[in-house]
Design a protein around this ligand. Structure first.
Ligand code: S3P
Length: 436
């Protein structure tokens, strides 16, 4: 546990930042590099506790990965991994656990996957059930819903699966398994979840069919396709950029340029919502890198933000930004509402509970709903003792809140930022001017 006391107040935000690379893409680059044939070079790879958990497991499974700073060279195993001698540890990372359950299901050996206390309490049946249907033998606590989970994989057959929660982790697990299954694997979603796996598989030479039918998003892969190693550039993480962007809009004055940010439409819902709230958020220099759209995002402090609604179908594209969005809503003019975000209850912490409890302590007028919250904006928040529940996004969102609140804020544990953004506080210091 590492406590942070926030006493100084922000006067202005200025300058520019290239925040660390996208976590979702960094996981996928080394996983897909490992299952491909030949060498994959990954540039600007995010070094964080979550992505290192994926890296360590891939190495234990026999993948040779040469690390030269933020550049990784992955010697593809073409889906032929080695049986691990010991339990594999996904630590705090849901993406590691669920995507690798998909990969392990293709392997004709025995493996066991576990995680830290938080991950061991998160639901896994959503990935386990369809993988069982494909033919893999998975078991675990609570009939396979909780880690540790054992996998005996092997010959799989393609399935058609309705991904009712629009979980990208589940979709990705099935696509990674589907590439080794007999026949076609298809995933249908009511709302398109982040599509990095589909994009990256295409980038590695697979034929990935995507279509929209009767308002369902469908993605299909045929088994037996081989991927070819590639050179991949990881863009800056829009979820990490969101905290600095939020601070710029809450500070008395500010302008910030966030460079090289991933602006994939399945991920940039936070920035689009900010525009709806009246913020000046402009994409400059839009371009495509390794199959993903990126831009430099310019944010300028303007008038007070307006309250806004987040509808259920808008949730997937901003799910990880809701803690930061909640802080912005708590200080916006009028009423804001988030609905259809029940999934937040099974993230690294129960994020609905964490946001509501902490914002209330800071004087916000917020009501908890089963699937979200309603907040009536106030002019000022007041300092409080914040409980992060070991959740990196709660720690960072409330650091921003503390920097603009009246009085002193204490964040009970900031060590969790290591999970996605180890240099968060250093980056923050580089763009902030304090009131004396
Ligand atoms: C992720 C998918 C999302 C997201 C998580 C990362 C991914 O979770 O919240 O932080 O990289 O695929 P779900 O798949 O559970 O919706």
């Amino acid at each position: 546990m590492k406590e942070l006391k926030i006493e100084k107040k922000v006067k202005r935000v200025r300058g520019e930042l290239r925040v660390p690379s996208d976590k979702s893409i960094s996981h996928r680059a080394i996983i897909i590099g490992s299952i491909a044939r030949g060498e994959t070079v990954v540039h600007n790879w995010l070094r964080s506790a979550d992505t290192e958990a994926t890296l360590n497991i891939l190495k234990v499974l026999g993948t040779e990965i040469l690390e030269e700073g933020e550049t990784l060279r992955v010697k593809g195993k073409n889906y032929s991994f080695t049986e691990p001698e010991d339990v594999l540890d996904a630590e705090n990372s849901g993406t590691t656990a669920r995507l690798l359950l998909g990969v392990l299901s293709t392997q004709p050996f025995f493996s066991v996957l576990t995680g830290d206390k938080s991950l061991r309490s998160r639901p896994m049946l959503r990935a386990v059930e369809p993988l069982r249907e494909m033919g893999a033998d998975l078991d675990g606590r609570e009939m396979g819903n909780r880690l540790p989970i054992s996998v005996r994989g092997g010959k799989l057959k393609g399935i058609s699966f309705f991904n009712k929660r629009s979980s990208a982790q589940v979709k990705s697990a099935l696509l990674l398994a589907g590439l080794k299954a007999e026949g076609m694997t298809e995933v249908l979603e009511p709302v398109l979840s982040r599509d990095h796996t589909e994009r990256m598989l295409s980038f590695f030479g697979a034929e990935v069919i995507t279509l929209v039918e009767e308002r369902e998003h469908i993605v299909k892969v045929r088994g037996g396709q081989e991927l070819q190693g590639r050179e991949v550039y990881c863009p800056a993480d829009p979820s990490s950029s969101a905290f600095h962007c939020g601070l710029t809009l809450l500070a008395p004055d500010g302008e910030l340029l966030l460079r090289d940010v991933l602006v994939n439409p399945t991920r940039d819902g936070f920035y689009r919502k900010l525009r709806e709230m009246g913020a000046e958020v402009v994409y400059e220099n839009e371009r495509e890198v390794s199959g993903e759209p990126i831009a430099d995002i310019r944010v300028r402090k303007g008038d007070r933000l307006r309250g806004v609604k987040v509808l259920p179908e808008e949730v997937p594209a901003l799910i990880d930004e809701i803690p930061m969005l909640a802080v912005l809503m708590a200080l916006a003019e009028g009423r804001s509402e988030v609905r259809g975000a029940k999934e937040l209850r099974v993230k690294e912490s129960d994020r609905i509970r964490a946001v509501v409890k902490n914002l209330r302590k800071m004087g916000a007028k917020i009501e908890e709903l089963e699937d979200g919250f309603i907040v009536e904006g106030v002019e000022k928040l007041k300092g409080a003792r914040i409980e992060t529940y070991g959740d990196h996004r709660i720690a960072m969102a409330f650091t921003v809140a503390g920097l603009v609140a009246e009085g002193e804020t204490i964040i009970d544990d900031i060590s969790c930022v290591e999970v996605s953004y180890p240099s968060f506080f250093k980056d923050l210091e580089s763009i902030v001017e304090y009131l004396r």
